[in-house]
Structures are given as C-alpha cells and as structure tokens.
Design a protein around this ligand. Structure first.
Ligand code: ZN
Ligand code: ZN
Length: 88
C-alpha cells in the first residue's frame, strides 16, 4: 500500500517535470535572435545564450556584430559583452 503511494507520487513528480521541460522547450523554440529577428532554434547548431538574460543568439550573428563593434553588449540586457558568450 505504501509502495503504491510512493509509486504514484513518483509518477506525478515525473509528469510535472516533463510539463516544465516541455514549456521551456516550446519557449525556446519560439525565441528570436535579437540581431536578425529570425527564430533562433531554426539553426540549433548555431545557438549561444546570454548568461545574464538567457536570450538566444546565433553565433554567426554575434560574430558579424563584434566584427564591426567589438565591445558591443547583449542587445537585450546590455550587461554582458557579446564576445564573452560561448561562440562554438
Ligand atoms: Zn540571428
Ligand atoms: Zn543579455
């Protein structure tokens, strides 16, 4: 009986975790790169993220920007220098 309850609770927790992950993922899928205004996830191999405001950017967009403005900061929070984002 106790075991049943435990199993039910485990299942419930797992389901709510999955819902949260799903919500996060769908927000990420809709997020636009502020530089080119295209959906960032359309090119998942090219995504980087501002550690301060969690905005998604395309790596190639950032590289273009810092070519002309080397010290430009995150276009959304203006706190983090774009060149310090992980550019893989
Ligand atoms: Zn972009
Ligand atoms: Zn930012």
């Amino acid at each position: 009986m106790l075991y049943d309850l435990y199993e039910k609770e485990k299942k419930r927790v797992k389901e709510s975790e999955e819902t949260i992950t799903l919500k996060l993922t769908s927000n990420l899928l809709k997020a636009k790169c502020p530089i080119c205004q295209a959906i960032a996830a359309s090119n998942p191999s090219e995504i980087t993220i501002c550690p301060n405001c969690l905005t998604l950017y395309h790596v190639s967009c950032i590289k273009d920007v810092i070519k002309s403005v080397p010290n430009d900061k995150c276009w959304v929070c203006n706190q983090i220098e774009l060149k310090t984002l992980p550019l893989v």
